[in-house]
Design a protein around this ligand. Structure first.
Ligand code: ADP
Ligand code: ZN
Length: 600
C-alpha cells in the first residue's frame, strides 16, 4: 500500500514531516541510513511506516524497556501488531512471541540489546523473515556519545549475522564525532545520513542564574496551572526537598530518582503519565521511558553536564507541537560539581577530556547572550545564524552598558586581596559586607572595600561571571576556586580596553511575560477558537477510556487532537476523519462516541 495512505490510515496524519518520506523510501529501497532527529521529531514513523509497507517482520532494537512497552502499547492502540522481547516478559510470554513472530503475525518485534548475544536467540532470529533492522537510540553504541552502553556493543555482530539486510540507526542526540562513530560501530553500509532540523520552534528557551530559583519556578507554575512539567535536579536529596517545598505551597508534586524502589518509581511515573500528578522533581533517570506528549514545561534546577542531555531533556516538552517552555538555571557551583565529577570518575583520560569539553560547551550555552538555539544547532552540525525568535536572548535582547568601571573595581579587589578569595568573598569585599571573617583577615582594610555597594549580590555574580566568560578573570579550580587575574585583567586596569556587560533580568518580572508575544499569541489563538466546554467533555471521556483500557490518556488521543476536535466541532464521520491524529482505526473505534459527545 502507498506510504501516504498508511500514514493516514494508521496514524491519521495527512503529510509527512520534512525528511520522513525520504528516509522511508531510502529504507524501502534496501539501503542503510543514519537518522539524526530531535526528540519529538517523528523518528518512529520513519521505521514504522516501512515496517507496515513491507511484507515481513521488522526488528527494532531499543535499550529502554519502558519505552518499548510504551511504543508497543501505542502500536496496539493504532491496530498494529507488535511485541516486546525483553527481560520483563515471562518465559511463557517469550515462547508466545516467538511463535507469533515465526508465524508471521508480528509487523514489529522490539528487542533489548542484551538479548542479542544468546545462541538460542540468534537461532530464533535466523529462522525469522526479517525485512530490515531499526536501531533506536543509536548513540548508545558510541563512546563519543553522551550515553554509552556496553550492551550496545553486541550490536556490531548484527551486521555479520545479517550482511544483506538494510539497517536504519536513529538517534536524537549525536554531535558530529558521534555520528561518524555510530556508522563505524554498526558497520553501516554506505549509509545516507539524514540530519533533520533540531530546532524545536514551539519551545521557548530561557536561562537564568540560580539565585531566585523558587520565586521563578512558582511564577512559571502559575502560568501553567494544572499542566504537566518536570523539574530536573542533580541530586536525589534536592528532588525530595524541592518536592516538599512545592507541596507546602499547595502544588501537586512528586519526586522520582534511582534511590527509590522499582514499584514506587513505576507508581510515580504512571501517576504523571495519567495526569494525576502535575509536577515531577526528578534526576535524569526520569523521562527516558516515557512518551507523554502534553508536557508543557521542563525546568533544569541545576545545569546539565552536556548539551546533548540538556536538549534531550527539554525535548520532552511540547511533543504535541503546542507551545512549551524550557527554563535552565545555572551557577558556578553546578559547574564545579560537574567538573569534579568528571575528574574523579574512572575511565581513560581521553574520555574525561571529551566530557570536560562537552561541559564547557554547556556552560557557554547557559551564559550566552546570543541566540541559544543557534548555539545548540551549531553544536549538532546544523549551521544557521538567523535568530530563532523563541529564546530569551532573541525575545528580549540584553541591554548592554559600559561596564569598564565595574570590571575595574572587581579586578582591583581581586588583586588587592592577593588573588586569594573566591567569588562570594570578593563580592562581600566589593559590597563592604559586615562580616567577622572579613575583619579577622583584614579584608575590610583594602582600598576597594565597599566600592561596589550600589549593586546587589546577584548582579555582581552575573557581572563577574560575564567577566570570566570574556577572559578578564579566571577561576583556579585546582586551588579552591579562587579568582585569579589574567593577562586581560592588567590591560583593563591600565585602561587599555573597555568592557561591555549585560544587565541581568530575571524571568519572574511581570514585563517578561508581556514580552513573550509569540508563544502567548500561539496559545491564545488556539484557545480562542476552541469550544472550552466540549474540550473539557472530551478530556473526561478520554480519561474514562484510558482507565478502561489501562493506557495513558495520550495514547487514546493526543491533547492536540482533542483541541483540534473542539476547534473544528466536526458534524459527521467524514469531517472527524480529517482531524489530524484521527486515522481510520481510531475513527472506527471512537468516532461514534465522539460524535455523540459533540451532539450532546
Ligand atoms: P521521536 O521518536 O522522534 O521522539 P515520535 O516518533 O514519538 O518522535 O513522534 C513525536 C510525535 O509526532 C508523535 O506524537 C507522533 O505521532 C507525531 N508525528 C510523527 N510524524 C508525524 C507527522 N507526519 N505528522 C504529524 N504528527 C506526526
Ligand atoms: Zn534565539
Amino acid at each position: 500500500m502507498d506510504i501516504h495512505k498508511l500514514l493516514k490510515i494508521h496514524f491519521g496524519y495527512d503529510a509527512f514531516r520534512p525528511m520522513q518520506e525520504d528516509i522511508i523510501r531510502h529504507v524501502m529501497e534496501g539501503k542503510d541510513s543514519l537518522v539524526i532527529m530531535p526528540t519529538g521529531g517523528g523518528k518512529s514513523v520513519c521505521f514504522q511506516i516501512p515496517a507496515l509497507a513491507l511484507p515481513n517482520t521488522t526488528l527494532v532494537i531499543s535499550p529502554l524497556i519502558a519505552l518499548m512497552k510504551d511504543q508497543v502499547n501505542a502500536l496496539h492502540a493504532l491496530g498494529i501488531s507488535a511485541a516486546a522481547y525483553n527481560s520483563h516478559a515471562g518465559a511463557d510470554e517469550l515462547r508466545r512471541i516467538e511463535n507469533d513472530a515465526l508465524d508471521g503475525k508480528l509487523k514489529m518485534l522490539y528487542i533489548s540489546p542484551e538479548r542479542m548475544n544468546g545462541e538460542y536467540f540468534n537461532t530464533f532470529l535466523s529462522r525469522l523473515k526479517i525485512d530490515f533492522i531499526a536501531i533506536d537510540e543509536a548513540h548508545c553504541v558510541s563512546m563519543w556519545g553522551n550515553d554509552f552502553r556496553p550492551d550496545y556493543l553486541n550490536l556490531s555482530k548484527l551486521r555479520d549475522n545479517f550482511p544483506y539486510l538494510p539497517f536504519i540507526a536513529l538517534t536524537a542526540t549525536a554531535d558530529t564525532a558521534t555520528q561518524t562513530d555510530i556508522c563505524k560501530q554498526l558497520k553501516l553500509n554506505k549509509p545516507r545520513v539524514f540530519i533533520s532540523s533540531f530546532e524545536r520552534k514551539n519551545i521557548t528557551l530561557t536561562a537564568a542564574p540560580s539565585q531566585k530559583r523558587m520565586e521563578t519556578i512558582l511564577d512559571l507554575l502559575k502560568r501553567h496551572k494544572g499542566k504537566s512539567g518536570i523539574i530536573y535536579c542533580t541530586s536525589r536529596k534536592s528532588c525530595e526537598t524541592l518536592t516538599a517545598s512545592l507541596i507546602s505551597k499547595g502544588i501537586n508534586a512528586s519526586f522520582y530518582h534511582a534511590g527509590m524502589d522499582a514499584a514506587e518509581r513505576t507508581r510515580v511515573q504512571e501517576a504523571f503519565v495519567n495526569d494525576d500528578v502535575e509536577v515531577i522533581c526528578a534526576t535524569i533517570a526520569f523521562g527516558m521511558g516515557i512518551d507523554k506528549s502534553n508536557i508543557r514545561w521542563v525546568i533544569h534546577y541545576n545545569m546539565p553536564k552536556n548539551i546533548e542531555g540538556y536538549y534531550q531533556e527539554i525535548g520532552r516538552a511540547g511533543r504535541d507541537g503546542l507551545p512549551a517552555e524550557a527554563l535552565l538555571f545555572y551557577s558556578f557551583a553546578d559547574l564545579e560539581i560537574l567538573k569534579e565529577f568528571v575528574q574523579k570518575s574512572e575511565g581513560a583520560e581521553v574520555f574525561k577530556e571529551v566530557q570536560l569539553a562537552k561541559l564547557d560547551r554547556m556552560w557557554e550555552c547557559a551564559n550566552t547572550t546570543d541566540c541559544r538555539t543557534n548555539l545548540i544547532l551549531n553544536y549538532f552540525g546544523e549551521y544557521r545564524n538567523e535568530n530563532c525568535g523563541h529564546c530569551d536572548n532573541c525575545l528580549q535582547p540584553k541591554a548592554y552598558f559600559d561596564g569598564t568601571q565595574l570590571a575595574q573595581m572587581a579586578i582591583s579587589a581581586i588583586v588587592r586581596c592577593g588573588e586569594q578569595l573566591t567569588m562570594g568573598t570578593i563580592i562581600d569585599v566589593l559590597r563592604g559586607a559586615n562580616k567577622k571573617e572579613l575583619k579577622e583577615k583584614g579584608w575590610d582594610q583594602v582600598k576597594t572595600f565597599g566600592v561596589g555597594r550600589h549593586r546587589y549580590v546577584t548582579e555582581w555574580r552575573a557581572f563577574i561571571t560575564q567577566m570570566i566568560n570574556q577572559g578578564l578573570v579566571s577561576i583556579d579550580y585546582t586551588d579552591f576556586h579562587k579568582l585569579r587575574t589574567t593577562p586581560l585583567s592588567k590591560e583593563l586596569l591600565a585602561g587599555n580596553i573597555k568592557v561591555n556587560l549585560a544587565e541581568i533580568v530575571y524571568s519572574t518580572k511581570e514585563e517578561k511575560v508581556k514580552k513573550v508575544p509569540k508563544a502567548k499569541a500561539m496559545l491564545t489563538s488556539l484557545a480562542e477558537d476552541v469550544d472550552g466546554e466540549l474540550l473539557a467533555k472530551l478530556k473526561t471521556w478520554r480519561l474514562q477510556k484510558a482507565r478502561e483500557n489501562k493506557l495513558p490518556p495520550y495514547v487514546i488521543m493526543h491533547d492536540s487532537t482533542l483541541e483540534a476536535i473542539a476547534g473544528m466541532v466536526p458534524k459527521d464521520e467524514e469531517m472527524l476523519g480529517m482531524v489530524p491524529g484521527i486515522g481510520e482505526h481510531k475513527l472506527k473505534k471512537y468516532g461514534g462516541e465522539i460524535l455523540k459527545l459533540i451532539r450532546s
